[in-house]
Each structure stands twice: as structure tokens, then as C-alpha cells.
Design a protein. Structure first.
Length: 677
């Protein structure tokens, strides 16, 4: 009887916490600065990373801003000006972390805002919310509210601080006096470490008072790397005083005149006003969330999936011709470089949810095709050979000590497949002719020249780094070979769609690239493979997304073999995500659910459940892993399948604890797909 009661109590608690979990908000009420991994608010261009310290942000990262400085002799992401840091003094004392109590932080994923609130002794309750404005790619906003518990005097400062790596910092303060507004501009510029870029940022105060009754703003220069503007105000007991700080950050990588543009954008935000800025920001996020994944019956998984979607939406935007780094714009991880993570792991989820955003990622590759062709030429090959790590220009940016630079060639197939999948989902023949075909034909030419023609069935691809990166300088890697075949097939099909005669050699090569087997019939990862542990899925990717292996018995046999070769640590989230996807398609929803949770829950870090790259890892936010898990949701449990005729839904199985899964806003025509138990 006691055992039954205990089981019932546990089930009740699971049910209570599941159904009480907010699907849109992540709260942190116990904040430990020594065990704190920030959450990012971003708009696809500016990423702001939270801090446990009041009125601080950890990092401000601007997409597309790279320079060479001290990290592997390659281009790196740069920290931008920390334009949202501020200071607040009450009755002559500056508020610090030791002075506050009841601190709470909350991420609102639906409208991409981050709020911190706390009490300052018996004097005031304070909250501030910041936004990376979705409709204004280079502009941010912080909204501050102070409720006095007793009469008090405040001094609020907007602080502009230059990161250490920048040089030749110049600080400016200007006031533009207009009948309806006095605009105070705190502006800084600096050169990137080599002087390649001019980086600029500007902020202004937005007051609730009418012109003439606004507080007087004073400028102070502290040192070459930091200056501030401030104002003072008396607040009566019980009164709430609100003001905002708007700021813009832009570089010469984004605009020919970044100094003036930063100030223009900040003035624009000032004159738009707080309410209109937040209104348009919220509308933009409402549009994004018309494409959503809804789980009925598992509130914690729902919140986690919303978090993954939120991060992918935050890190990318339409119209940029920029791609995604493994950590997005959540920091400087992986130097901000673009890998296969973008094309194979993050692109597919964005493609089916928001093709207009996905287009930016593939346009990034199209704009850098000439660099890829030069790379192929340098290595003695034809066509286009995309670099393993790419940044601003599209040249190889892998540090020389990493063998993946010269040898992890499957990236070129991943780029080609992304181009083909973009056409499949959009059916845009004009795009296919103008941009897709140049990528597909050039990547097919690369593989036709890359194979070593050793007789029928032996067009070998030797000396590569596998998708399983623990396997270096091996021959006939399963994923590399199958991905090459996939691109050769796609290029041939694209040619026929466009009325172009395909190169007959492409299919000749595709038909002779080997896929190896072990003696037990399992697909062999590579020619030198003998059952050792693997870093990540390689063979299992042949079932999805490559569709090289279609036989369900073979897919299951490969799964059951390689799922036992994955160690418990040091492996990325995408591996178990692929296992989950395939088991759902095989009809085993509960085993799929096991691998879904195993893909990311051991990787979560406090206090906002941000995903690290590996189990127990501490390098969030790992957007690649989120992309893998979202594919498990969309193409696994949701059954979506990308075909040359467009998106279809195939049979798949949900976990037994889910009632249904709804995919809304899918594809160009924003369809809804439902899977039910």
C-alpha cells in the first residue's frame, strides 16, 4: 500500500510540475553568480547575453563583424561596445550586487525580452527589461522602472564601455535641440584589432516626461575606454518612475558610414518612442511564432522546444545573407565561424518553419562560391570546395592545427544539399536557376574530381575526416560518400528541371561510390572502422537526411549497433537527436522519446536551461544541438519529409505520454500538420 502511495505521489508531482510549467517564460529565482550561464536576447544581428550582476550585460555580439586577433591566426567574432550597461545610485550610493535582495530574472520567449527585478533595501523596488529590437536589426532598448518605498534621490547613468580588444577609441557627446525633443547622444567608435573595421555605438535616454520637464542630462568622461551620461531625479514614496535607454551598434562591415549611421538609428529610436518600439518588436515576434511546434501532454518538453525555436529565431533573420555559427550570437564560441552545423543541422528546421530566414543561410554560401572555387583549385580539384570553417570572406578559417580544415570535405556536400532542399521546399525555379544551380553544379563538379577512380564500384573518396570527427584521415567514410552521391543526384535532377543537359559523368560517379558493410551486415562507418566508439552520428545520417538507406531493417540494424558506440560524455546533442528521429519514423515512440531527452537534458546549464555542446559541458548556447533536436520534432515525431515535389507528411510515432503534436505555419503556404496518439 505504501509503495502504491509513493508511486501515486511521484506521478502527482510529475503531473503538477509538468502542467504548471510555463511554455513561454523561463524564470530564475535563485541566482548563483558562480553557477550562472547567461541567456541571450537577440534579433539576428545583435546578441545581448545576460549577467547575474544588476544593470550589467555579459556580452554584446554583432553578427558579421570579424577580425584577426590572437586566436588561431584566423578571423574571429568581436565583442561590440557594451552599450546597455548602466549605473544607478539611490541617495548617493551606487547599487551593487551585495546591496540587493529578492532578485529574479525572466526570459519571455514569446516577445524576446529579458527582465531583472530586485529590492534595494527599504528604499525601492527596481526592474529593467531589455530587448534586441526585432524590427530594427542594429538597435536595442532597455526599459527601467523604479518604485520608491520612501522618498529618495536617484542618479541613473548610461555607460558606454569599449572591450579590451578594440583600439583607438574615440568618445563623443552631442545634444540635438529640437522643439519637441532634446536628444542626448552618447557615442563611441573604435577600430578592430587590426584596424580592418570601424566599430560604432550610440545611446540616448527616452523619458516619459514632456519636452521641457525632462531631467537634465550630464556627460562625464572617465577614461579613454569608458564614458557615460547621467541624470538625477527625486521620487516620492509610492511613486513609480520609468525611463528607457535606446542604443544602436553597427560597423563598417555593415555600413559605409557606421559612425553617422549609429547616431541616426539611435535618433530614429528616440523619436519613435518607447511604446512604438515595443509595439513593432512584439508584432515582429508574433509573426515569427505563427510557425510553431506545440506539444499536448508534456509541458517541460514544450518549454524546452520553445527555447530551442526561440534561439534559432533569435540568431538568424531574413535578408542578411549571413549564416549561423554553432553558438549563434550568444558569445564568441567557435570564433563565430560557419561550419556544417549551419547547413545540415540548423538550416532544415528554419527551412520548413521560415523559408525566408533559411534563404539568408544559403545566400551566404552563394555569395562565397568564388572563394570555394579558388579553394578547390588550390587543392587540385574542380568545381567549388567549401571551407570547413568560414567567416566573412568565405576562405578557409580553420586554425592550421585542426585537420578538419584540409580534410573534412563533406561540408561541400552539406552546402549542395542545403541548396537542393531550399528548392524542394520553395519550388522556386527562378532561384534554382540563378543561385541554386551554380552551387549544385559546382559542388557536383568537385565530387566528380575528388573521387579516385579505381574501377567499377570503387570510385573511392580517400583521406578524409569523417562526420564522426574522431575518425581522421580515413577512407570511404559512410556519410561523406553518401553525401557526395546525394549532391550528384540532386545536381542531375536540378539540371533536368531547368532544361539543362546534366553532366553524364555525375551519375557515373554517383553509381560507383561505395558504401561499405561490416561482416554482420551493419553499414561500416569507414574502411578502417572496427567497432570503436564514435563521437557522433555518421552512418545513421544515411537514413536521414540523405535517404541513401531506405530499407527499414537496415536502418534499425545500424541504429541498434551505433547507439551502443556513443560514450556517455564528450558527444554533441545532434547524435541522439538523429536516433530519436529515426526511431519515431520506425514506430517506436517511447525509444525515440528516450533519445530526445538524452540529446539535450544532460547538456542543460542553470539557471535558464541553456544547452551546452556536450553532456556536462559549459559552453552554451549550442544552437547546432537545438537544430538537431528541432529536426527530431519536425521530421521525426512530426513526420515532415522534404521531397523534390515539396513537403509531405509520412507516418511516425509519438511518445505514449504525448497526446498530440501540432506543427503550424509550415512552408511557404504556412500549413498545419498534426500527429496524434
Amino acid at each position: 500500500m505504501q509503495k502504491r502511495l509513493l508511486i501515486f505521489h511521484c506521478l502527482f508531482l510529475i503531473s503538477y510540475f509538468s502542467f504548471s510549467q510555463d511554455s513561454w517564460k523561463i524564470d530564475a529565482e535563485k541566482i548563483d553568480p558562480s553557477n550562472y550561464y547567461g541567456i541571450t536576447v537577440a534579433n539576428g544581428m545583435i546578441g545581448i547575453v545576460s549577467s547575474p550582476e544588476p544593470f550589467k550585460v555579459k556580452d554584446v555580439v554583432l553578427a558579421g563583424a570579424y577580425d584577426l586577433y590572437g586566436r588561431g591566426r584566423v578571423s574571429n567574432f568581436l565583442r561590440s561596445f557594451n552599450l546597455l550597461n548602466m549605473k544607478l545610485s539611490i541617495d548617493g550610493r551606487e547599487i551593487g550586487a551585495k546591496d540587493i535582495s529578492n532578485m529574479k530574472q525572466e526570459l519571455d520567449m514569446h516577445h524576446a525580452s529579458f527582465t531583472t527585478s530586485f529590492d534595494y533595501g527599504d528604499k525601492a523596488t527596481i526592474s529593467y527589461t531589455y530587448y534586441s529590437l526585432r524590427h530594427l536589426p542594429f538597435t536595442v532598448l532597455m526599459d527601467i522602472s523604479i518604485t520608491a518605498k520612501k522618498d529618495c534621490d536617484i542618479i541613473a547613468s548610461s555607460v558606454m564601455e569599449a572591450p579590451d580588444a578594440l583600439k583607438d577609441v574615440q568618445n563623443y557627446y552631442n545634444e540635438i535641440d529640437r522643439p519637441h525633443a532634446l536628444i542626448s547622444l552618447l557615442t563611441s567608435t573604435a577600430k578592430s584589432p587590426t584596424g580592418k573595421l570601424l566599430m560604432c555605438a550610440s545611446t540616448t535616454f527616452l523619458f516619459s516626461e514632456h519636452r521641457g520637464s525632462e531631467p537634465r542630462v550630464i556627460h562625464e568622461m572617465w577614461d579613454n575606454n569608458m564614458h557615460l551620461m547621467k541624470f538625477s531625479k527625486q521620487i516620492k514614496s509610492g511613486e513609480t518612475y520609468q525611463f528607457s535607454i535606446a542604443g544602436s551598434s553597427i560597423t563598417s562591415a555593415h555600413h559605409d558610414d557606421p559612425l553617422n549611421e549609429a547616431e541616426r538609428l539611435t535618433i530614429f529610436a528616440k523619436l519613435e518612442g518607447r511604446d512604438r518600439l515595443i509595439m513593432f518588436h512584439n508584432k515582429a515576434w508574433d509573426e515569427l511564432w505563427k510557425s510553431d511546434i506545440t506539444i499536448d501532454g508534456d509541458a517541460q518538453s514544450q518549454q524546452d522546444i520553445h527555447s530551442m525555436l526561440y534561439h534559432l529565431y533569435s540568431f538568424a533573420r531574413a535578408g542578411t545573407t549571413m549564416s549561423l555559427s554553432p553558438m549563434g550570437i550568444s558569445g564568441l564560441g567557435y570564433n563565430g565561424h560557419v561550419f556544417w552545423d549551419a547547413d545540415l543541422w540548423m538550416f532544415p528546421a528554419l527551412l520548413v518553419l521560415h523559408p525566408e530566414i533559411a534563404k539568408s543561410l544559403i545566400d551566404y554560401r552563394y555569395e562565397r562560391i568564388d572563394a570555394a572555387k579558388r579553394n578547390a583549385f588550390s587543392h587540385g580539384y574542380k568545381g567549388a570546395m567549401y571551407p570547413w570553417e568560414s567567416a566573412g570572406t568565405g576562405v578557409e578559417e580553420t586554425p592550421v592545427w585542426a585537420l578538419s580544415g584540409p580534410f573534412e570535405h563533406h561540408i561541400t556536400a552539406c552546402v549542395g544539399m542545403a541548396a537542393w532542399n531550399y528548392y524542394c521546399v520553395t519550388q522556386d525555379k527562378k532561384w534554382l536557376r540563378e543561385k541554386g544551380w551554380p552551387i549544385l553544379s559546382a559542388t557536383a563538379d568537385f565530387w566528380a574530381s575528388r573521387v579516385e577512380r579505381n574501377g567499377a564500384g570503387h570510385y573511392d573518396i580517400n583521406d578524409v575526416v569523417a562526420a564522426d570527427e574522431w575518425a581522421e584521415n580515413i577512407d570511404n567514410d559512410a556519410f561523406t560518400n553518401a553525401a557526395a552521391k546525394s549532391v550528384l543526384h540532386a545536381a542531375t535532377e536540378a539540371a533536368k528541371i531547368l532544361g539543362i543537359a546534366p553532366d553524364a559523368d555525375w551519375m557515373n560517379v554517383a553509381n560507383n561510390i561505395p558504401i561499405l558493410k561490416l561482416e554482420n551486415g551493419v553499414t561500416r562507418e569507414h574502411a578502417q572502422y572496427h567497432g570503436e566508439g564514435i563521437k557522433q552520428a555518421d552512418v545513421n545520417l544515411l537514413a536521414y537526411p540523405l535517404k541513401e538507406i531506405k530499407d527499414l531493417n537496415q536502418i534499425k540494424k545500424d541504429l541498434e549497433y551505433y547507439e551502443t558506440r556513443i560514450p556517455n560524455e564528450g558527444t554533441p546533442a545532434m547524435t541522439q537527436a538523429i536516433f530519436a528521429l529515426l526511431y519515431s519514423r520506425l514506430g517506436d515512440g517511447n525509444k525515440a522519446y528516450h533519445f530526445l531527452k538524452d540529446a539535450y537534458t544532460p547538456n542543460l546549464n542553470p539557471p535558464f536551461r541553456v544547452i551546452a555542446e556536450t553532456k556536462g559541458g559549459t559552453n552554451p548556447y549550442f544552437a547546432t544541438g537545438a537544430g538537431g533536436v528541432l529536426q527530431a520534432m519536425l521530421m521525426g515525431f512530426g513526420g515532415l519529409d522534404i521531397t523534390s515535389q515539396g513537403l509531405i507528411q509520412i507516418k511516425s510515432k509519438l511518445p505514449s505520454n504525448w497526446k498530440s503534436l501540432t506543427l503550424s505555419g509550415i512552408g511557404l503556404d504556412k500549413k498545419t500538420f498534426v500527429n496524434q496518439n
